[in-house]
Design a protein around this ligand. Structure first.
Ligand code: GTR
Length: 441
């Protein structure tokens, strides 16, 4: 089935794939790279459902002291803080409550993008009273007569990659080298404009009457093992009162989403009660953790977030704690890696993270060819959040049967698995838009 895992781990081939794949082949190349990395580590992922060892999930509705949670009040006052503290301690690290951002500078504004369909703003969001900042790119439907609900999410390569328009400034931050895009000195270039436009579907979102806000995740922390040294975990240390090792890169990216929210609350064209946080893959993990900590996000969307995101950790399928914490040691707190060989000791699982979203609408999406992210584990974790939604009188997925491809299921918790690879596709956005229509219109 996954022939790629049989390939020898040759660093030359690895780097060839990483750097010479055409844009269209990039997702395939990434899978191959992961496979080669896995092979290099002597790691053989399990892709056989019948070989998933038995596991026991902690019950979201029983406290650590063994008391059942029977009311919304008990859930909110006792169990939510307890679960959030468990995730902080064992997985993601602390999530600083602030400082909130209060200083915003509109750097540029235009009503010329997308043939005049979009009102676009690039806004510099300063961190507290410091000179540190992130640049938020906001698109709004030009025709809107009142404040609109907005999708918000971080991007992987810079704001200029989400839409091909020379009006959008190139990021000046550190970016990953990539010879497909001729990035060799960790600085981006004109050739990368719009290269991730397929993932953002800006026009489709605006046509549906929604706005979309994005920022480059490298504004918060460069995504490599040493990135924390120049990222906000270091620069904001006096303000967050946390040492860099007390939170991970996922936490830093999630914290940035909250700072974007600080800005959106002040934008008169945005309906701040209807801001939907969305993230893909590692940025889906960050989006979930942000939403768990910040109730201002009114809807939560996890796109192929996988291990450490929506997928159940206790299932041994696809990516594992051992692999993720050794390949990306900077994403989590160190303690998470100690569960690599003994998952039974881990006192949380990701269905509890899903449950922290309740009663907000939650969408979990997988992709058929993204077995690395364990689609069935993503489905199950959405399913096991159901009892908490029920406590609020809301139906979650409403079924324990994994649906066929492109047959979304669920009410307040919704799930789909689409055909194709690890990515964000127009199909995914169509579903997120109709989910938003259902709950916000
Ligand atoms: C992979 C990682 C996944 C996922 C993915 C991504 O290398 O193993 O957990 O986060 O990266 O972000 O695209």
């Amino acid at each position: 089935m996954f022939l790629q895992y049989l390939l020898p781990a040759q660093s030359g081939l690895h780097s060839f794939l990483m750097h010479n794949a055409t844009p269209i082949l990039l997702p395939v190349a990434l899978v191959l790279c992961l496979a080669l990395q896995a092979a290099a580590q002597g790691f053989v992922p399990n892709y056989d459902e019948s070989k998933v060892p038995p596991y026991t999930l902690p019950d979201p509705l029983i406290t650590r002291a063994g008391e059942p949670v029977r009311s919304v009040a008990a859930w909110k006052n006792k169990r939510v803080p307890e679960i959030a503290a468990l995730f902080s301690e064992h997985v993601y690290g602390s999530f600083p409550a602030g400082p909130r951002s209060t200083r915003f500078e509109v750097l540029r504004e235009s009503n010329q993008l997308l043939g005049g369909k979009a009102l676009a703003r690039q806004v510099r969001v300063y961190f507290g009273t410091t000179a540190g900042y992130m640049d938020v790119l906001l698109f709004l439907p030009a025709k809107a007569k009142k404040p609109v609900p907005v999708f918000v999410g971080l991007n992987f390569m810079g704001n200029h990659t989400v839409l091909n328009d020379p009006w959008i400034p190139l990021t000046t931050r550190w970016v990953s080298n990539n010879t497909t895009y001729h990035i060799t000195d960790n600085r981006t270039n004109e050739g990368t404009r719009g290269v991730q436009a397929d993932r953002w579907c800006v026009e489709m979102i605006l046509d549906a009457g929604y706005g979309v806000a994005t920022a480059y995740y490298g504004d918060l922390e460069p995504d490599h093992a040493e990135g924390w040294k120049t990222g906000i975990r270091t620069t904001m240390q006096p303000y967050t009162a946390l040492k860099p090792e007390q939170w991970g890169a996922l936490g830093a990216w999630g914290w940035g989403l909250s700072r974007m929210m600080d800005y959106l609350e002040t934008d008169k064209n945005v309906d701040a009660r209807k801001v939907m946080v969305m993230g893909h893959s590692r940025l889906g993990k960050a989006a979930l953790w942000a939403a768990a900590n910040d109730a201002r996000f009114a809807m939560v969307i996890s796109n192929n977030s996988g291990e450490g995101g929506a997928a159940l950790t206790h299932r041994n399928f696809g990516e594992t704690v051992g692999f993720i914490t050794s390949t990306f040691p900077h994403w989590f707190v160190k303690k998470f890696s100690t569960y690599a060989d003994d998952l039974s000791a881990l006192p949380v699982d990701q269905h509890m993270l899903m449950a922290l979203m309740a009663p907000r609408p939650l969408y979990v999406a997988s992709a058929q060819e993204d077995q690395w992210a364990d689609p069935h584990g993503e489905f199950l974790s959405a399913y096991h959040a159901g009892p908490v939604y029920a406590l609020f009188g809301k139906t979650g997925l409403g079924t324990d049967k994994m649906p066929a491809t492109e047959q979304p299921v669920g009410d307040f918790v919704r799930y789909h698995i689409r055909q194709g690879e690890h990515d964000v596709k127009p199909y995914d956005w169509q579903q997120y838009i109709s989910f938003a229509n259902k709950h916000f219109r």
